[in-house]
Design a protein around this ligand. Structure first.
Ligand code: TRP
Length: 437
């Protein structure tokens, strides 16, 4: 059977940005910033996105597009079928599963809050959480079973622009909010917190959190971009696509930060405590519902926002779902439907655990984001940098000779891929292990 492809460049871009932009930007980024000291964290995040994540992204997309197979088999095929790379690629089966387990719980919350925004009196509790989670998981399964193109590509093209407009409105409202009677700070203090770096806040802990956030937000290190890369046409420019993904993803995250953090400073008595206490909970789900009633047309925008957030979450979670499905389809030689059902069973078990034992959410998140994703990304750059033909890689980066990669640019990319990215990750890991206060 011929391998599925995205139907247009715009479609491919929206799908990949759809995978990148999700709860990581709107739910995770604001509380990571809050808990890790504000602007200093953001600067580290941007630095890591450019010097570590961008090279990882080029490596992952190239591996997928060149090998035209799934994440589990990509490096194996390109290495001339060396067993080691197959074993190492097992990571790309484990990590997306672990992330899906907790991601779907938060995804379920977007559905819950969509219904709540109509003022419905919905009961809460672990079993209700489980219900919303499984509903969200079910939506994933339906799209995945339907194949790549129609569901994912179409919904991403409509919803991503819509989400963008709404989140910009929220950000404007957040920075102009008057202080509530209980608050002693104002929205502008929140803006300062976001943009005025205090370098004394940088610790090994902040660094590893920023690295994890960059990988998580860009969907790197778990095989997503290898899998999606294999659906990308050869005549698109990988270098341009990569930049566009990184910039859009950063833009979304920072705007979401502006939508949430200044609102906390304007509305809450002790913003620092609210921010640092929210490590495993839902800052966005607590703060934004307080902001909506204070804005013109808030009653209409609130359900729209949660609907758009639901779709943003969905376009991200299907990318994690797709990685093991593609692997089981190819390697297990089963149909897409059967592969999806097998994984649906696995995910149901994991998601049930995360719904009923909320503590597991932050544990799985920390293991996957702070450790497994960077390791998965380093594996890809090490493969390309040290075990793969430079000519082949250069030709992949240049789409044959459609978009020639100049000597200087290629030398720089190789420097990042061979040395900077792997050593950077290693340094951060070591500092985390040895320097943790
Ligand atoms: N990047 C997505 C977000 O920001 C989440 C995501 C999708 C992801 N696929 C991934 C995270 C793969 C890590 C690995 O919400």
């Amino acid at each position: 059977m011929e391998r599925e492809k995205f139907s247009s460049k715009f479609g491919a871009l929206m799908v990949i940005i759809g995978s990148a932009v999700g709860l990581g930007n709107i739910w995770r980024f604001p509380y990571m910033v809050g808990a890790n000291g504000g602007a200093a964290f953001i600067l580290l995040y941007i630095l890591f996105a450019v010097i570590i994540c961008l090279p990882v992204m080029l490596a992952e997309i190239s591996i997928g597009r060149k090998s035209r197979t799934n994440a589990f088999g990509g490096m194996y095929r390109l290495s001339g079928e060396k067993k080691f790379w197959k074993g190492a690629s097992l990571l790309y089966l484990v990590t997306p599963c672990l992330i899906t387990f907790f991601y779907c719980v938060i995804g379920g919350m977007t559905i819950e809050f969509f219904f709540r925004s109509f003022g419905l009196n919905i009961p809460s509790g672990p079993w209700w959480t489980l219900l919303w989670t499984l509903l969200f998981l079910g939506c994933n399964a339906v799209i995945i079973m339907g194949g790549v193109k129609d569901g994912i590509e179409r919904s991403s093209k409509i919803m991503m622009p819509m989400l963008f407009v709404i989140i910009v409105l929220m950000a404007l409202r957040s920075i102009t909010l008057p202080s509530s009677t209980e608050a002693t700070t104002g929205a502008l203090d929140g803006v300062k917190f976001l943009f005025r770096p205090d370098f004394s806040k940088i610790t090994a802990q902040t660094a590893i959190a920023a690295l994890g956030q960059a990988f998580f937000s860009l969907s790197l290190g778990s095989g997503v971009l290898m899998t999606y890369g294999s659906y990308v046409e050869r005549h698109y420019n990988v270098r341009t696509i990569s930049w566009q993904i990184v910039l859009s993803d950063m833009g979304f995250a920072i705007i979401a930060g502006i939508a949430v953090i200044p609102a906390v400073f304007a509305l809450k008595a002790d913003p620092a405590a609210v921010l640092s206490d929210n490590m495993d909970s839902a800052l966005v789900f607590e703060i934004l519902p307080e902001v909506f009633p204070m804005m013109p047309l808030g009653g209409v925008l609130q359900p729209l926002f949660f609907f758009a957030l639901f779709l943003a979450a969905l376009t991200s979670s299907i990318s994690q779902f797709e990685v093991p499905v593609a692997a089981v389809m190819n390697d297990g030689k089963v149909s897409r439907k059967k592969a999806s059902l097998i994984l649906l069973a696995v995910f149901t078990v994991g998601c049930t655990i995360c719904s009923l034992v909320p503590k597991t959410i932050s544990i799985f998140d920390a293991i996957a984001s702070n450790w497994l994703l960077p390791i998965g990304g380093v594996l890809a750059v090490i493969f390309i940098g040290w075990f793969y033909s430079k000519e082949e890689f250069r030709s992949e980066l240049s789409s044959g000779d459609l978009y020639p990669t100049g000597n200087r640019l290629f030398g720089f990319v190789l420097l990042l891929i061979k040395y900077i990215a792997p050593l950077g990750v290693l340094a951060i890991f070591l500092s985390k292990i040895f320097l943790t206060r």
